[in-house]
Structure formats: C-alpha cells, structure tokens
Design a protein around this ligand. Structure first.
Ligand code: AQP
Length: 350
C-alpha cells in the first residue's frame, strides 16, 4: 500500500470494551484505513500496569486480548491490508521505552492527569509501570515512526508527551542523527493526534460528567460491545436523565450533561448532527427518545457483537492474525531499533 502517512493506535485488553472505545477510537481506526498505512495494536503491556486484581490475571488477559482483536475485525479493520498485533510480541516496545525513560523528565510525568486519576490517593502504592505508561505509549508510536494517532480526547495529554519526547531525542542526539544520514537532524517525527471521531468523549450513562470507562464498577454505566439487545435496551432505559423535555436547540444541552451525552451518542451512531437529533426529538419526552436510541444502538452494535462472538469462538484464527501482524510489525520495529541504537551509540552485532 502506498500511503505516505502512518497511523498507530492501541486499545488495552482490560475487558468491558465499550461504546466509548468504539465511537472514540475504533470507528476512526476503520476510517483511517482508506487514507493511511495503519498499525493497530492490542496493548497488553499497558494492560498490566495495575495489579492482576484489576486486569484479571493471565487467562483473562489472553481472553481480553483475543476479544479486542475480534472487536477490531468485527468493526471492519482489515488485518491483511493493515497490521493488527499484540504489543508484547515485539521486544522493541520495551527497549525503546528504556531509552525514552532516559529522555523524559520526571516533571513531565508528574503532570499526567490520568496517572493521578488511576493512582488515586494511594500514589506510593501505584506501580512504576502505571507512572511510566505515557513513556511506553510514546515508544509504541515512535517505534513505527507513526505520524498520526487516532485517539479519544482523554489521550491527548499523553500524545503531547510523545511529541515532547520525540523532540528532545532529536535535540539531544541532533549531531548523531545528522551523522547517520538525516540531514535535517530529525529522526523521530512529531506524531499528530487525530481527535476527529463522531464522539470523542462518550460519558457514563450514570453520570454525564464522567467518561464511559471499562474500569467503572457499575456495568450500567456503559454499553459493552458484547451486550445483547435486551441488555442495551435496559441500560439505555435506566440511563440517568433530568425531568425536562429535550431542548430544540443545541445550546439547551449546555448545562445538561446526561441529555447532551445521549443526544451525542445517537448522533454519532446515526451519522447525523446533534442539531438534527434535536430537530426530530426536541420538545419530546426522554422515553420516546430513549426508545429510538435503543433501536439505533442495537442496529449498529448487534452485528458487531455477533461477529465478535463468532471470532472469539475461533481462537486459532485470532491468534494467527496476531502472529502474522507481529511478523510484519517486527520488520518496521527492528529497523527503528537498529537506527536508534546506532544514533545513541550502543554497539551491536552487524
Ligand atoms: N469514554 C470514551 N469516549 C471516547 N473515547 C474513549 N476511549 C476510551 N474511553 C472513551 C478511547 O478508546 C481508546 C482505547 O482506550 P484504552 O482501552 O486503551 O484506554 P482508556 O482510555 O483508559 O479506556 P477506558 O475505557 O477509559 O479504560 P479504563 O477504565 O481502564 O481507564 C483510546 O483511544 C481512548 O481515547
């Protein structure tokens, strides 16, 4: 494939893949296949940054890795034309992380809001891996010298850190980079975020001010990609709303996070604008709108859930996709590691 720009993005196999992951990330992944060389990674090394009580232990990790791969394929990612693999198969992710650990500054990592949220009050007890997560993410992207990264808005700060690391590496090793044939002194590109999906931030069904998340204790807060039609209907009917009818104008959603979220989800799934949704449902009761939302949600997600179920039942096939993807990813990663080691001055067998 002769596209110039390379996309890299990842999803953690931490279970409960949900509508936020789908609309905020996977829908975009599918689209980008038309215009970019794409590498989509199941980031299993990121998944273990909290304790096994959080990610479920070895059997669950393997199950979830296959499930994310199945979700990619069921949503329309073509693993033959593009690359789909799981991160831990390629040693370069960990190797480049170490070099980047020596580039990134502690002050940069201290500013990462996701670490603060995930570590909570007991920060001393959080793993070093959780703290270092954004550096591993920078290594994931730059190992393939990717130029574009489709992510939800929650990952924007991490991507800025990847840009800072790329820039500092290029600055610190500028002479060596030029000496290795890169006349402009730029080895790593500055990856650009692509936050352009239909819903870059899908919120919890129980609290419109919190993002929909895999790790939220209440299953009713999210629509999982594996939920059946009845479960989807039940969750949407129970979704928190307020007593007012839906407004007719988008401005009326500004102080109503739950209404705004449901309208946004409908718009994203139906491929229309929020204003279009309000034109149809504005002034009406939530119950009618929720029935329509159930319909659009089931119509979109049921075929994906069915295909995921079929694929997960065939682990031999899913594993073969991951091995084939890793073999192709390794070709790119090894080349980056060879050049990076030369630039840094590490002696290696030639
Ligand atoms: N609520 C969301 N709205 C829009 N996009 C979202 N993403 C996640 N939640 C939302 C995007 O999904 C991609 C994959 O995410 P991930 O699994 O690698 O990590 P995450 O962002 O930590 O996902 P979760 O669901 O929020 O997991 P937990 O609960 O473990 O923190 C990313 O591109 C992300 O932006």
């Amino acid at each position: 494939m002769a596209f110039v720009e390379r996309v890299f993005s990842g999803v953690q196999p931490t279970g409960n893949l949900h509508l936020g992951n789908y609309l905020g990330a996977i829908v975009n992944f599918v689209k980008m296949q038309q215009t970019h060389n794409c590498i989509y990674c199941v980031v299993d090394m990121h998944a273990i940054t909290q304790g096994p009580e959080v990610w479920g232990g070895p059997a669950e990790l393997a199950r979830n890795t296959r499930e994310v791969t199945a979700a990619f394929i069921a949503s329309g990612i073509d693993p033959k034309k593009h690359i789909v693999f799981n991160q831990s198969q390629i040693a370069g992710h960990a190797e480049l992380t170490w070099i980047f650990n020596c580039i990134a500054r502690i002050g940069w990592l201290n500013r990462m809001t996701q670490f603060k949220e995930k570590a909570g009050k007991d920060r001393e007890n959080a793993s070093v891996g959780l703290y270092d997560y954004p550096v591993l993410m920078a290594a994931d992207i730059l190992l393939y010298r990717a130029t574009h990264v489709p992510v939800g808005e929650d990952q924007k700060q991490h991507l800025e850190l990847s840009r800072d690391i790329a820039q500092k590496f290029n600055n610190d090793f500028g002479d060596s980079i030029r000496g290795h044939g890169f006349a402009d002194g730029l080895y790593f590109p500055q990856p650009e975020p692509l936050i352009t999906g239909p819903a870059t931030r899908v919120m919890s069904l129980r609290d419109g001010t919190k993002k929909m998340s895999k790790s939220e204790a209440s299953d009713n807060s999210r629509i999982n990609l594996t939920d059946d039609a009845d479960t989807i209907a039940q969750k949407i009917r129970k979704a928190k709303t307020d007593p007012e009818p839906l407004p007719s104008e988008e401005k009326g959603l500004e102080t109503r996070p739950e209404a705004d979220n449901l309208v946004g989800i409908y718009a994203a799934l139906a491929g229309v604008t929020k204003q279009d949704v309000l034109k149809e449902f504005g002034g009406g009761q939530f119950s009618n709108f929720k029935n329509a939302l159930v319909e659009v949600c089931v119509a979109k997600l049921a075929p994906i859930a069915a295909e995921m179920k079929r694929l997960v039942a065939d682990p031999g096939y899913v594993d073969s996709v991951l091995v084939d993807g890793a073999n192709r990813a390794r070709g790119i990663a090894d080349e980056t590691m060879r050049m990076t080691k030369d630039i840094v001055g590490f002696i290696r067998q030639r």
